[in-house]
Design a protein around this ligand. Structure first.
Ligand SMILES: *Cc1c(COP(=O)(O)O)cnc(C)c1O
Length: 433
């Protein structure tokens, strides 16, 4: 039987099927993406999307909240226990909304905030001139040192003493090294600043025990739920118990209306998954696979920012006379390998052009790629980048990628790897086969 979507709206159905195919036939190396489990998708696609539930469990502005209260409470408890945090707010629609709520809770407009600069890997919401954060607050930026391309703690301490920020933000969207949260806490304490740790990228590694946790070193911790955590698209705020009321108020009614209870249900499923021993194995494999990819790219003669990686992502820096990130990422997509162009430290090119590409292992590891296959992926990437003026190369590599992905998918199914991923519509809709 054709699905309701197929019968009622063939155009949207075709787009969904196309996306499913892209997810199976290309290798997903964008480090902020992942494949959520079938259970997460089921909760995310459930009737809980129907419910208005402004407020918080037990304190709602709407009737009929018995089951959404149940699921939101479950999500909060699971989040607190997973990260050993004082309090959790699971309502942010996104990582950006989570950061905005913490700024609103802790700062007044015009206050000074110290955060990582964008070229060194900081996020839009860490004071990019085009973002609300820079328009409302006075952002000052620390960066990486030009030699090691790692956080320059002397600079952080100096800027903190000089500018007396009300908040210091740690965390990044493109930083391949560990965060030393304890050291940041010391600097923040010294100048009387609060510490917001934005662990959007590394939250799954923290949950899996392969990256230090910021929770005991920061008053506020924000995250996304869809990156290494492998949940639905959304945000999360953790805070110390005594800061809960102001954080909750800042999010609702401060910046959001009704929560997305279907997404919160899916977050609850994800927090449970992330607490399983098998998730720790996953997180370890993500880091190991990324290390193999880094080693392979280095041995192929490419340059990596900071010389390598401690986590789930890496950045390739192209020389001044080399390709732009834009050209390289487009060629790789043609070859079936999806990465993103990204600024590298001290980049002189715009964010739309860039001198680098960013890639990582979380999604491909979930898909089932193992260390040996990451070595193959690294070699294929190098082949594409070495032959950017040969039009035949991307198509040849794409054929190899399809074959590799299909072998890995077949092994996944044979071995019933945990957790089960989405079932493509082709498999349930005979009409299309
Ligand atoms: C991804 C990310 C965010 C924002 O998440 P969205 O859900 O895209 O709004 C915030 N901070 C960091 C460090 C991120 O990497």
């Amino acid at each position: 039987m054709a699905s309701a979507l197929e019968r009622q709206d063939p155009a949207v159905y075709a787009a969904v099927v196309g996306e499913e195919r892209r997810l199976r036939e290309h290798i997903q190396l964008i480090p902020s993406e992942n494949y959520p489990s079938a259970a997460v998708l089921e909760a995310n696609g459930s009737v809980m999307t129907q419910k208005y539930a402004e407020g918080y469990p037990g304190y709602r502005f709407y009737q009929g909240c018995r089951w959404v209260d149940e699921v939101e409470d479950l999500a909060r408890r699971r989040a607190r226990s997973l990260f050993k945090a004082g309090r959790a707010n699971v309502q942010p629609h996104s990582g950006s909304a989570a950061n905005m709520a913490v700024y609103f809770a802790a700062l007044e407009p015009g206050d000074t905030v110290l955060a990582l600069d964008l070229a060194s890997g900081g996020h839009l919401t860490h004071g990019d001139p085009v973002n609300f954060s820079a328009q409302l607050y006075n952002f000052v930026h620390y960066g990486v040192d030009p030699e090691m391309e790692q956080i320059d703690f002397d600079q952080v301490a100096r800027l903190a003493r000089e500018h007396r920020p009300k908040m210091i933000v740690t965390g990044a969207t493109a930083y391949p090294r560990f965060w030393d949260y304890a050291r940041f806490k010391e600097i923040a304490d010294d100048v009387g600043a609060v510490h917001l740790a934005d662990m959007a990228h590394v939250a799954g590694l923290v949950a899996g025990g392969v990256h230090p946790s910021p929770v005991s070193y920061a008053q506020y911790v924000t995250s996304t739920t869809h990156k290494t955590l492998r949940g639905p698209r959304g945000g999360l705020i953790l805070c110390q118990r005594e800061l809960r009321a102001e954080v909750n108020r800042a999010l609702f009614p401060g910046i959001q209306g009704g929560p997305l209870e279907h997404v919160i249900a899916a977050k609850a499923v994800m927090f449970h998954e992330a607490a399983q021993p098998a998730f720790a194995d996953y997180a370890r494999a993500v880091v190991d696979n990324c290390a193999v990819l880094a080693e392979t790219l280095l041995s192929e003669g490419l340059t990596l920012v900071s010389g390598g990686t401690d986590n789930h992502l890496l950045l390739v820096r192209f020389p001044d006379d080399g390709p732009t990130g834009r050209v390289a990422a487009a060629a790789l997509e043609e070859a079936g390998i999806v990465v993103n162009k990204n600024k590298v430290p001290f980049d002189t090119k715009s964010a739309f052009v860039t001198s680098g590409i960013r890639m990582g292992s979380p999604a491909a590891t979930t898909f089932g790629f193992r260390a040996d296959e990451f070595r193959t992926i690294g070699r294929l990437i190098a082949r594409v980048l070495r032959n950017l003026d040969d039009d035949a190369v991307p198509a040849a590599v794409a054929a190899e990628v399809r074959e590799l992905a299909s072998a890995v998918a077949a092994r996944r199914e044979r071995e019933e790897t945990w957790p089960s991923l989405f079932t493509p519509h082709e498999a349930v809709t005979p009409a299309l086969v």
